[in-house]
Design a protein around this ligand. Structure first.
Ligand SMILES: Cc1cc2nc3c(=O)[nH]c(=O)nc-3n(C[C@H](O)[C@H](O)[C@H](O)COP(=O)(O)OP(=O)(O)OC[C@H]3O[C@@H](n4cnc5c(N)ncnc54)[C@H](O)[C@@H]3O)c2cc1C
Ligand code: SF4
Length: 522
């Protein structure tokens, strides 16, 4: 059989979402000869219709359907209906992403062992370790063309990096470079090299940046074994009397409900939508939602401990020119409780354009502090803090009473910082300021976390079924032909940007699924 597939074809593998997890899994299954359908809620855009303007691009690509928030985090006050910055478009958030691609450190797979019991945190060891994931990391890096791996040179440093590098080295940091980036520093994989345009978050019109949209899905489609259906939002997953998944119900581009039969289903809608879908798929047999016998679906929502530091100088920096995030300081990524917290964090260069800076520098505030900083925009350098946050059972996704356009309850996101998160952020703010002050900053500004770009952990991986939602291969503990393939599998979040790990897990999962199919087990 070849794509397009019939709605009644129950031999197809159905994937919900086409981002880092879903787009990679779908492509890899197709390359292995497995008939695959990806249902994607968003439209299909291509490099030529991306818009190099921050808010217009956001409107084009981001998930702007209503979500609710609660909890003590700033976001519930500043952006109450936009807890997360996630893409709704073919390619998922890899269309918006910046490309920073780091492996986890060994201890980060075993935080319960290394950090011990931390009150108020629901720490758990991953059922896999670094050694097991290493070959898959290597495959993912090769596939994504990550700089500083596979002999690929690093990207050149822009002005924002040069300021970060000089300040960081001056205060004694050693691991400072232009990062491991899934952005071509030289032509590779039929895509050109980075042109330093600076619109990485807006999709990258040149195609130098890896995304499932430009680098994976076309290869899957070329096999004739992958069909991507845009503007198809999955509303429910269905099952038979034995509790095995049989297909999905989705709203198509005209809002009409369709039912796609399936041999197996993988959920990869990112860490807010994936638990939303599992919870909304409740039935008489599974009253609390699918794969939720442990009660852990939607729990342990993580978003990384983030925040930004901007330094203002007496001369222009023009931080917005060049690759947005090609610059890193890794010295604080270690686990070292002498700093007053468990886990570690990274500093990465970050620049927002003027429109985003106005919205995010000091959300919803106005006055001399804010306007005098904006006046100095061209003299600013900026960095982003990415650190490990503590999983907490109470930080969770639930279904709200309010419904979306298709009658699906909207997601409600509850989040409170753990005191470890706050201690880490304060340490990072202080060190970030020190970096810029060391090279003559006349002022530094600490910006609170933006709507979450790293959404993790709401269907966590666990050895025991009672502790989580999926096993070491992302297969749900409760239902043998239902999988989770996105960042919601993360047991804990680590200090590193998550996408390389999501892609490595998806490649490994594809191998596992193909093996089980070949043995007639799926
Ligand atoms: C501005 C920005 C910068 C970032 N920079 C980096 C970086 O430098 N490094 C890094 O590692 N990470 C980065 N990230 C994060 C990274 O993009 C995500 O972690 C990653 O893409 C998540 O992969 P995923 O598979 O979990 O979900 P996504 O890639 O978000 O894909 C989910 C897809 O599922 C679709 N979907 C959801 N629900 C449904 C449904 N019910 N039916 C059908 N489709 C559905 C969505 O529309 C979406 O397309 C960044 C993110 C943003 C927004
Ligand atoms: S700086 Fe490089 S990766 Fe970013 S948008 Fe431009 S070409 Fe793409």
């Amino acid at each position: 059989m070849a794509a397009p597939y019939d709605l009644n074809d129950s031999s197809v593998f159905v994937i919900v979402g086409s981002g880092a997890g879903g787009g990679t899994l779908g492509t890899q299954l197709a390359l292995k000869g497995i008939d695959t359908v990806i249902l994607e809620a968003g439209k299909r855009h291509e490099t030529w219709d991306f818009i190099n303007d921050e808010w217009d691009s956001f409107s084009q690509l981001a998930w702007t359907d209503k979500r609710m928030t609660s909890g003590s985090w700033d976001i519930s006050r500043t952006f109450p209906n936009l807890p997360a910055w996630i893409v709704k478009s073919v390619g998922g958030s890899t269309v918006h992403w910046a490309g920073a691609s780091l492996r986890f450190q060994e201890h980060e797979f075993k935080t319960r062992t290394h950090y011990g019991e931390i009150a108020g945190a629901n720490l758990l060891d991953w059922p896999i370790d670094l050694k097991e994931l290493e070959p898959w990391y290597a495959q993912a890096e090769d596939r994504m063309g990550v700089t500083r791996t596979n002999g690929i040179p690093g990207l050149p440093g822009n002005n924002n990096f040069k300021v970060l590098e000089a300040g960081a080295k001056k205060i004694g940091y050693k691991e400072v470079h232009t990062g491991r980036m899934a952005i071509n520093s030289e032509p590779r994989d039929d895509r050109g090299s980075c042109m330093q345009l600076g619109f990485c978050f807006q999709g990258c019109k040149s195609g130098a940046k890896w995304s499932t949209l430009v680098a994976e899905i076309p290869k899957g489609e070329a096999t004739g074994k992958l069909e991507v259906r845009p503007e198809c939002q999955v509303l429910r997953i269905e099952h038979d009397a034995q509790g095995k998944v049989t297909g999905v119900v989705y709203a198509d581009a005209n809002g009409v409900e369709q039912r796609q039969k399936a041999r197996a289903v993988a959920v990869a809608g990112n860490s807010i939508e994936s638990p939303r879908l599992l919870l909304n798929s409740h039935s008489n047999q599974f009253k609390d939602g699918l794969a939720n016998s442990s009660g852990q679906v939607g729990r342990n929502y993580m978003r990384h401990t983030t925040g930004s530091v901007y330094g203002i100088f007496d001369k222009p920096v023009h931080m917005y020119r060049g690759t947005t995030m090609a610059g890193i300081v890794r010295d604080e990524a270690r686990h070292d409780t002498s700093r007053g917290f468990a886990g570690g964090y990274e500093f990465e260069t970050l620049s927002l354009g003027l429109p985003f800076m106005a919205a995010f520098l000091d959300p919803q505030k106005w006055g001399r502090d804010f306007s005098s900083a904006m006046d100095q925009y061209q003299n600013m350098a900026g960095l982003w803090i990415v650190g490990e946050d503590m999983p907490r059972e109470e930080n969770r996704i639930t279904l709200a009473d309010e419904k979306d356009a298709f009658g699906m309850p909207v997601a409600s996101v509850h989040f409170e910082d753990h005191e470890n998160d706050t201690a880490m952020r304060n340490h990072a703010y202080k060190q970030g300021s020190a970096i810029y002050e060391a090279v003559g900053a006349v002022r530094t500004i600490h910006t609170p976390p933006y709507p979450s770009t790293h959404n993790l952990g709401t269907n966590r991986m666990s050895e025991k079924a009672s502790d989580g939602v999926v096993n070491r291969f992302g297969q749900t503990h409760d239902i043998p032909n239902l999988f989770v393939s996105d960042g919601s599998q993360f047991t804990t979040g680590a200090a590193e940007n998550p996408t390389l790990t999501i892609v490595a897990l998806a490649l490994r999962q594809a191998d596992h699924i193909a093996g089980r199919m070949a043995r007639g087990e799926l």
